[in-house]
Design a protein around this ligand. Structure first.
Ligand code: HAM
Length: 529
């Protein structure tokens, strides 16, 4: 590389990672407005906020979301240094080697593993359990001799098989610690927290909501990011009365209305429960039907016939739509209890005046759902038009080691909600300042500092230029910042104790004594609201 290219390379701009983005003002004001609305609306339904860690043990997501789902298989951001863990699995797979012609090569692999593990233990990157300390202590004692036998000038090849047995045993017995992943969603974490804090001892149900970033390694496009934001709510414990499902959905509708979201549609479905006379029976039926049309399906759907036949119903492929339309419907296979539950959810929605459409293909991409599932789509989003997804997950807390517990909830994609609000013109945010203080002269500056302090205390946004400007320039600056008023403070204003306030929209001006300023601005503000 030439010097010039090297310099250029050094100066290359560091950019945000593909699929992540910065949210900037004034748009962030809209984000804050949406989040404030969530805090207010959810509180009126008795929900309290939970703040969760952004990373958890990978196992939590594998167990809750499902280790065969796209989210866990393909999209999880694993945080931990996985090299040693992968190497450990390789060593395990190699098996017995004594008579293998590659025995020596394998021995070198085991030695490398133990060398690295010893370094990692010293750096505190693998757990300092007494067993790990003992195992790597044994290795450290023999390290020089083993290295000499493998690589030294007078190497003792006959010793290598013994060394390999010794090293392999250490490698397999070492505890490399937990695997950690960035959260792809938060329902699993809420259930983990419910168990960890014995929330089943609180009055049931426990109603919680959260906001924050989630991470999925998906292909980025409009409305689909690798770091995205959710606003979610979960209701855990107590009964599975259909009124709970209906009220959760009613809360969502109230929230979307308050945000000003327009033209959205609620889709609902019931996917029954995991029993032979219910969903399991349906899945067997569906699988048989899919086998018959297998040749006409794309490779993804063909694979899903074996791994997760329900997900075929999710397919957006144009060429598969006509075939999917001929498949059996789950509604015809629900057990009596699930059928009654679903009918009552619909009735309860009607009582609450919530409009819905049924969609028998709504199966959702996470394993924990049962019975009620729902999704909300909004306009202006292109193909990624789901602004919210949710459903019931009665077995999940138990699956994670807690007591049998009912559960239902949803998560709103905040990025998509904001996009839809902006597309429909409901995303305007107030820009600019209330008052720009144009000051000239030392005396005026002291008055300007005092005015800024008092105005800010009264809740007005104020721009106080740090250096003196000619009035003409100051007014131009006030205009650029979108200020509503310019407070003009010069020698005359200070000596007369009468301040000049200019309304920038129409250029009108008035003189006000200092004590009247805030009162005047308050009156103007309430008159304009
Ligand atoms: P989900 O359907 O995977 O459900 O995600 C919920 C919402 O998050 C989606 O409808 C979408 O608006 C948004 N979303 C998902 N992935 C992305 C992405 N890559 N970029 C932008 N937005 C995205 C869940 O996460 C469940 N935990 C919901 C739930 C809560 N079910 C019960 N309780």
């Amino acid at each position: 590389m030439s010097d010039a290219t090297a310099k250029k390379e050094e100066r290359r701009k560091v950019q945000a990672i593909h699929g992540t983005r910065d949210l900037l003002p004034p748009e962030t004001e809209l984000w804050n407005r949406v989040e404030r609305t969530a805090h207010e609306v959810f509180a009126t339904f008795g929900y309290g906020e939970i703040r969760l860690p952004i990373f958890e043990q990978t196992e939590l997501f594998a167990r809750a979301v499902g280790d065969e789902t796209d989210i866990v298989l393909k999209e999880l951001y694993r945080v931990e240094e996985l090299r040693l863990a992968r190497l450990q699995s390789t060593i395990e797979a190699i098996g017995s080697f004594a008579s293998d012609p590659n025995a020596e090569v394998y021995g070198i692999l085991y030695l490398k593993f133990c060398q690295e593990a010893l370094e990692e233990l010293k750096r505190g990157r693998i757990p300092r359990t007494s067993k790990n300390v003992e195992l790597l202590g044994q290795f450290e004692q023999q390290k020089e001799r083993i290295e000499a036998d493998f690589f030294g000038a007078n190497r003792e090849r006959s010793e290598l098989p013994n060394h390999s047995v010794f090293l392999r045993k250490i490698a397999l017995e070492l505890d490399l610690g937990e695997e950690i992943s960035l959260r792809p969603e938060a329902t699993a974490s809420v259930c983990r927290a419910y168990i960890e804090h014995n929330m089943q001892q609180l009055p049931q149900p426990v109603k919680l909501y959260y906001t924050g970033p989630m991470f999925r390694r998906e292909r980025p496009q409009k409305g689909r990011y690798r770091q995205f934001y959710q606003i979610g709510a979960e209701i855990l414990g107590g009964t599975d009365a259909p009124a709970i499902d209906a009220e959760v959905i009613e809360m969502l509708m109230t929230f979307f209305d308050k945000c000003g979201l327009q033209g959205f549609t609620l889709y609902i479905n019931s996917i029954g429960h995991n029993a032979d006379n219910c969903r399991r029976g349906y899945v067997a039926n569906l699988k048989a039907a899919l086998e018959k049309v297998k040749d006409k399906l794309g490779p993804d759907s063909q694979r899903r016939i074996d791994t997760n036949p329900l997900r075929v119903l999710d397919s957006k492929l144009e060429s598969e739509q006509a075939i999917i339309a001929t498949l059996p419907h789950i509604a015809d296979h629900l057990c009596d209890e699930c059928k009654t539950h679903y009918a009552e959810v619909k009735r309860q929605l009607e009582v609450r005046g919530v409009l819905y459409q049924e969609n028998w293909r709504l199966v959702r991409g996470l394993d924990y759902y049962m019975r009620t599932t729902f999704e909300i789509t909004a306009p202006g989003l292109g193909s990624q038009n789901a602004v919210c997804g949710g459903g019931r997950y009665d077995g999940l807390v138990e699956l994670l080691g807690g007591p049998p517990t009912k559960g239902i909830g949803f998560a709103i994609g905040e990025d998509r909600l904001i996009l839809s609000l902006q597309e429909s013109g409901k995303g305007q945010v107030q820009q600019g300042r209330d008052v720009y203080i144009a000051w000239m002269g030392e005396h005026a500056y002291a008055a300007a500092i005092r005015a800024a302090k008092d105005l800010r205390k009264a809740g007005f946004s104020v721009e106080l230029p740090p250096v003196e400007q000619k009035f003409g320039k100051a007014l131009g600056q006030a205009d650029k910042l979108g200020a509503k008023y310019a407070l003009i403070l010069g020698d005359n204003e200070v000596s007369e104790a009468l301040w000049t306030l200019k309304t920038l929209a129409d250029g009108s001006q008035q003189k006000l004594p200092e004590p009247d300023l805030i009162d005047f601005l308050h009156k103007q503000k309430s008159a304009s609201q």
